[in-house]
Design a protein around this ligand. Structure first.
Ligand code: TXA
Ligand code: MG
Length: 340
C-alpha cells in the first residue's frame, strides 16, 4: 500500500493519480460539490477497496463520474431524449442523472439495481483527471460512511490514511453540498436528492412540475426501492447533537441549556437573534450567510467547526423556505435526525 501523497495539481500529479487509478488504487479529488473518493468504475478490485475504505455497505450504489456527455452511452442504455436538454444546460455541473444501466456495468457500481447514476463534474482538477483517465470514476463523497462530506483536501486527509493513495488538492469546493440527483430511468422524472440545481431549474428545462413531487416524496425516500444512502436520516451528521429551530423559539432553548450549565453553539442567519452578552462564554454564536448559495458553500465546514467546539448542542436557526433552499434544508434535517 502506498503512503498518502499530499498534492497541489501539476500535470505530473494528474499523471501519477491516473497511474494509481489504473492500478486499482483510490485517489481523492475535488469536485465543485464536495471531494470525491475516486476508483476505477470498471474494476471490481478497485470498487472493493473503495467500499472497504469508506466502510459503506456494498449494496449501496455509487455515481460514475465522466468527462464528456457521449461517455454516458458507455454506461447507460435507453437514454431518454430529455437528457440532451438537461446536459446542455447543467453539465458539467452539480447534477447526477439515474438511467437504465448497460448490462456490463458492475453490481458494485449499481448496488445490484438495473440503473446507473452518472455525472460530469465541473471542477478543473476533476475534469483534468477524468480526461486523462479516459473512463468512468466511481466517486462517493470522500468521507467514512455516515460522516460529513469533505469540502477541503485537509478534511479528506484527516479521515483517511494509507487506504487512499493520493489526495488531489483543488481548494475549497464552491457548491459545498452534494449534487442534485434526478431519476430518469422510469416514466416520470423524480428528484431523489435535492441540491443547488433546484427543482425549478430542472422544471424549466423539462417543462413538467417537479417541485410538488419532490416535496411529496421527501419523507418516503428511505423506504423507496431505490437505495440512496444519502436519504437515510443518520447521514451528514456531526457528533454533537444538532437541533433545527425557528428564529422565535431559540431563546428559551438556549436559556434552558445554559441554566443547566451546558454549552450551546448557535448557527443563525438572522443577526442579533440572541444577545451574546447576556449569555457570555457558554454561548458560541456564528452567523450563517443569508443567500442559499453562500450558505451551502459554508455548511459542511461550519458543521465541522461547530462540532469541534464540543458543545452540548448545536442549535441551527431554520433557513428560509423556497426551492433554492431545498438542498440546505435536506442536509440540515438529516443532521438533526441523527440524535433525535
Ligand atoms: O456531488 C456529488 O454527487 C458527490 C461528488 C463527489 O460527485 N458524490 C456523492 O456521492 O455525493 P455519494 O456516493 O456520497 O452519494 C451518491 C448518491 C447516493 O445516495 C447513492 O445511493 C445515489 O447517489 N445513487 C447512486 N447510484 C444510484 C442509482 N443507480 N439509483 C439511485 N441512486 C443512486
Ligand atoms: Mg456521501
Amino acid at each position: 500500500m502506498h503512503s498518502l501523497t499530499e498534492s497541489a495539481c501539476q500535470p505530473e500529479d494528474i499523471a501519477k493519480a491516473v497511474e494509481f487509478l489504473r492500478a486499482g488504487q483510490l485517489v481523492a479529488f475535488p469536485t465543485e460539490t464536495v471531494y470525491g473518493l475516486g476508483a476505477d468504475a470498471s474494476s471490481a478490485e478497485a470498487l472493493r477497496r473503495l467500499y472497504q475504505a469508506k466502510g459503506r455497505p456494498t449494496d449501496h450504489p455509487v455515481i460514475v463520474h465522466l468527462h464528456h456527455a457521449e461517455q454516458v452511452h458507455d454506461w447507460a442504455q435507453d437514454v431518454p431524449e430529455v437528457l440532451d436538454a438537461l446536459s446542455a444546460k447543467f453539465w458539467p455541473g452539480p447534477l447526477t442523472v439515474v438511467l437504465k444501466r448497460k448490462p456490463h456495468v458492475l453490481n458494485q457500481v449499481t448496488g445490484g439495481q438495473d440503473t446507473v447514476a452518472v455525472r460530469l463534474p465541473n471542477h478543473p482538477v476533476a475534469r483534468q483527471l477524468l480526461q486523462a483517465f479516459d473512463g468512468g470514476l466511481a466517486a462517493p463523497s470522500a468521507n467514512k460512511f455516515g460522516r460529513l462530506s469533505p469540502t477541503l483536501a485537509v478534511d479528506v486527509r484527516n479521515e483517511f490514511k494509507s487506504e487512499v493513495a493520493m489526495v488531489l488538492d483543488g481548494g475549497s469546493c464552491e457548491v459545498g453540498i452534494e449534487s442534485t440527483i434526478i431519476d430518469l430511468s422510469g416514466g416520470t422524472p423524480k428528484i431523489l436528492r435535492p441540491g443547488m440545481i433546484t427543482a425549478l431549474d430542472i422544471e424549466s428545462v423539462l417543462g413538467v412540475p417537479l417541485f410538488a413531487r419532490e416535496a411529496a416524496s421527501r419523507n418516503v425516500d428511505e423506504t423507496d426501492e431505490v437505495r440512496v444512502p444519502g436519504s437515510l436520516p443518520s447521514h451528514y451528521a456531526p457528533e454533537t447533537k444538532l437541533a433545527l429551530c425557528a428564529s422565535g423559539s431559540m431563546e428559551p432553548i438556549v436559556s434552558a441549556y445554559l441554566e443547566q450549565n451546558k454549552t450551546v453553539a448557535l448557527f443563525h442567519h438572522t443577526p442579533h437573534t440572541i444577545s451574546g452578552e447576556k449569555y457570555g462564554a457558554k454561548l458560541h454564536s456564528s452567523l450563517a450567510p443569508s443567500t442559499a448559495a453562500a450558505y451551502a458553500h459554508v455548511l459542511y465546514h461550519a458543521l465541522r467547526e461547530l462540532d469541534a467546539i464540543g458543545a452540548n448542542l448545536i442549535l441551527v436557526e431554520e433557513p428560509p423556505s423556497g426551492a433554492e433552499w431545498a438542498g440546505v434544508w435536506d442536509r440540515l434535517r438529516r443532521a438533526a435526525a441523527e440524535n433525535s
